[in-house]
Each structure stands twice: as C-alpha cells, then as structure tokens.
Design a binder for this molecule. Structure first.
Ligand code: ARG
Length: 463
C-alpha cells in the first residue's frame, strides 16, 4: 500500500505527496474544468469502443457510460467538488467515477493516456469555438449587408491617409467589411476542416498494444478519421495556433471597423449615431455618448493576438512528444475565444443598430475637392488631354477654389476656361458627388449598381 498522502493515480511509486507549491504549479483543474463536457464525451466513446473490441465487458462499459453521465450532471448542476490534489479534469472525473461505480472505473483508462485525452478534449473544445465563430461571422456579415442594402447610393467621402480622397457609397464601404469578414469566415472553415482528426488512441505517445479501434472513436466524436501518427497526435497544438491566428486576423479587421465607428460617431464627423443600446454615458459630462463597445472591440486584438504569440512561444522548441509546457496552452485559448466571440457579437449589434446621418455624409463627401479626379478624367475623356496635363489643370483649379474659399462646383465656367480653353459647361455634370459615384462602374467599383450586385451575390452565398 502506498503512502496515503500520495496521489491515488500513481501513488504506487511515490512515498510522499507533493509539496504545496508543487501542487499549485502543477494543477490545471482551476481552468481545464471547462473541458469537462468534452472529457466525458471522449471517455464515453472510448469505453464503448473498448467494449465493442472485447477489451472490457459490456457491463463494465455500461456502468462507465452511465456513471460518466452522472458525473456530468453533477458538474453541470454545480454540485461537483473539484480537487486541486487531483490535478486536472481528467483525474477529477475519473476519481469521482470510481467513487460512484467502483472497480469498473479503473478499466476506463485502458489503451489511452492523459496525453491523448487532453489533446482530444482540447481539440473538441476548439472545434466548438470555431463553430460558434462561424455563426458569429455569418450574423455580422448579414448586419453589414443590411446596412449596405439600405445605403447602396448614400454618398460619403472615401479616404486615403484619412484625407478626403473620392466620394464613395456607404454601401460600398460596408461591403468592403463584408469581403474581409467573408475571408475570415472561410479561414474559420478551413481551420476546422484541417483540425477535424482524432488524437484519441495515440495513448501516451507510441500507440497501444490493445486492439483498439481508433476509427470507431473518431467517428463517434464527429471526426473525419484518426490522426495518422501517434507522436504527432499528442504533440500537435497547431490546431489551437491556427484558431488563434484566424481569431487574430478577424480581431484586427474588427479593430479597424471599430476605429471607424469611433471616428464616425464623434461630434466632428457625425457620420453615424450609435444606438443607446451600444453606447454609454459619462458620469460627469451630461452631453456625452461614448462608443465604449467600439473602443473595447478595437482593444480586443491585444489579448487575442497576445494569446497567439504566447502559445507560439510555449510550443517553440519543444521536443516530441508531450511536455508539461503544453498545459499552458489552455488559458490563452479560453481567454481569446471568450473575447473573440464577445467582440463579434458586440460588433454585430452595433452595426445592426447604428443609423447613418445621410445629409452629413453627403455634405462631407462634397467638401475637400473630392471630385477633382472626376474633373481630370473629364478633361481626358472630352478634350483628349493626356492625364498628366489634366492633373495639372485640375490642380490649378483646386488651388483657385481653395484660395477663394469655394468648392469645385462653385467655380464659374469662365474661371475654368481661363485654365483650359476647351472646358465646356458639361464639366459641371461630373462635379456632383452622385454623378461621381454613379460613374465608377468598373468591376468592384463604388457605383450603386455594382454595390447592389455584390449585396445580391453575398445574399446568395449565405443562402
Ligand atoms: N493537465 C495536463 C495538461 O493539461 C494533462 C496531460 C498530462 N499528461 C502528463 N503526462 N502529465 O496538459
């Protein structure tokens, strides 16, 4: 009999229990209890397979299966007492199973190890998060499509360097995010397809001599098949890294959109009004309505990409196969996943609820000489001037307008003709912002007709 204070799972070799500090640094139960449902699903599939292969009896498998469901109910009801001495979720569940059903519990761990067990649980958990992120992205894209459809022909300034560049349509701007989020969606789906292989049955690292059926457990758990190399199966965490990099790229996109909403909702821009449901007030300045959700979404990239870097550093240089370093994978991924899904949901709500200030958008679009390029293009088209010369003539007209405090359409025909004799009154047609955007009909351009086509295409894609 081993020392009663040593661990019941490996006490045979140990004369003394761990130091309190050892227990504290070693235990993962404080966070990996989030894997309880996945752990129990994996164990149930494993036990059923062991019985089907004649490795344990049907009655033992039945007792294990029922017992595991009882453990799960306790955990879900909040009645389960997690023990740090039992280190992690795997040993907490198994120990409770033993208390409940006795001896058969000891047969569950046949032909597997905690190394393939944790790899499995974590993979199942990340797969669930990818599914949730897919849903969050689809809903967000739909919110953007709603805005794009409503404002396919609302005109706003398009910027480069955050300086007024050319008029664009609100719908076109919204559809730019639809494209980004659409690529994020396809990255989520790719990551899930790549990670959907089961590590269960790799055992500690080398496979097992028991006649297990890894295809059966893989299928039962919704995988496409078992991972082909047992060393890889227990060592691989690239599925989690891919999850974090997909999340990081999307969080980066979200931060750009969030930043625009912060700018647009300012008193200086007044492009949008965010709904009260997604804004906060100030405790001291009664006039304020703050875009806190947008600011927090803008910041989430920090912790999400931080998690990506942290896990990359944890995994870097680790020899095969399992090393305890890998226990440091979970908290980063849990935190990143929680914050990613929250940011997606908050962005969806904000976008769905926000209202564009159409007159302010249009006024801003018309200011800042935003149709100067249209003027130059007109000179090329109508007078045959080379573009570089047209650019020069236009520059002189912009300088005149600026000096006299006017916008381009406010210059007189005589003033224009003084710069270039071939200019006719037809020029005024292209100086208006609506004509400007309507003329940009090249594929992918900002013209309302093109925007509506893209909205229709995306609606079809999303079904
Ligand atoms: N708690 C461990 C983890 O999260 C489970 C695997 C432990 N395996 C081992 N050989 N100590 O990684």
């Amino acid at each position: 009999m081993s020392n009663p204070s040593s661990n019941q799972m490996w006490g045979g070799r140990f004369a003394a229990g761990p130091d309190a500090i050892m227990e504290a640094i070693n235990a993962s139960i404080g966070f990996d209890k989030r894997l309880a449902a996945q752990d129990i699903a994996g164990s149930r599939a494993h036990a059923a397979m062991l019985a089907a292969q004649g490795i344990i009896t049907d009655s033992d498998a039945e007792a294990i299966g029922k017992g595991l469901l009882a453990v799960l109910s306790e955990i879900e009801a909040g009645d389960f007492t997690f023990s740090t001495a039992l280190e992690d979720i795997h040993m907490n569940v198994e120990a409770r199973l033993k208390e409940m059903i006795g001896e058969p519990a000891g047969r569950l761990h046949t032909g597997r190890s905690r190394n393939d067990q944790v790899a499995l649980d974590f993979r199942l958990w990340v797969r669930d998060q990818l599914n949730a992120a897919e849903h969050g992205l689809v809903t967000l894209i739909q919110a953007c499509l709603g805005q794009a459809e409503a404002g396919a022909d609302w005109v706003m300034p398009g910027f480069t360097h955050l300086q007024t560049a050319q008029p664009v349509t609100w719908g076109h701007h919204m559809m730019a995010y639809v494209e980004m989020f659409g690529r994020d969606l396809s990255r989520v789906r790719d990551a899930r397809a790549r990670m959907n292989e089961s590590p269960l049955g790799a055992a500690a690292l080398a496979g097992t001599g028991f006649n297990i059926d890894r295809h059966m457990t893989a299928e039962a758990l919704g995988f496409d098949g078992p991972m082909a190399n047992s060393l890889d199966a227990v060592s691989a965490r690239d599925f989690a890294l891919e999850f974090l990099s997909v999340a990081s790229i999307n969080a980066m996109h979200l931060s750009r959109f969030a930043e625009e909403l912060v700018i647009w909702s300012s008193a200086q821009f007044r492009f949008v009004t965010l709904s009260d449901r997604f804004s906060t007030g100030s405790s001291i300045m009664p006039q304020k309505k703050n875009p806190d959700a947008a600011e927090l979404i803008r910041a989430k990239i920090g912790r999400i990409f931080g998690a990506n870097v942290a896990l990359m550093m944890v995994m870097k240089g680790l020899p095969l196969a399992y090393s305890k370093d890998m226990q440091e994978d979970k908290e980063q991924v849990f935190d990143a996943a929680d914050n990613w899904l929250l940011a997606l949901a908050a962005m969806e709500g904000m976008v769905r609820d926000m209202s564009a200030n159409v007159p302010a958008l249009e006024a801003a679009a018309a200011s800042g000489f935003s149709t100067a390029t249209d003027l130059a293009d007109w000179l090329v088209r109508e007078t045959g001037l080379p573009f570089r010369d047209a650019h020069h003539v236009t520059g002189a007209l912009v300088a005149l307008a600026e000096k006299t405090g006017r916008d381009l359409p406010e210059l007189t025909l005589e003033e224009m003709q003084a710069e270039h004799g071939a200019i006719t009154s037809g020029i005024f047609d292209v100086l208006g912002v609506h004509n400007s955007v309507a003329s940009r009909t090249s594929y992918g351009g900002t013209a309302p007709v093109r925007v509506r086509e893209q909205v229709a295409r995306w609606k079809e894609i999303l079904g």
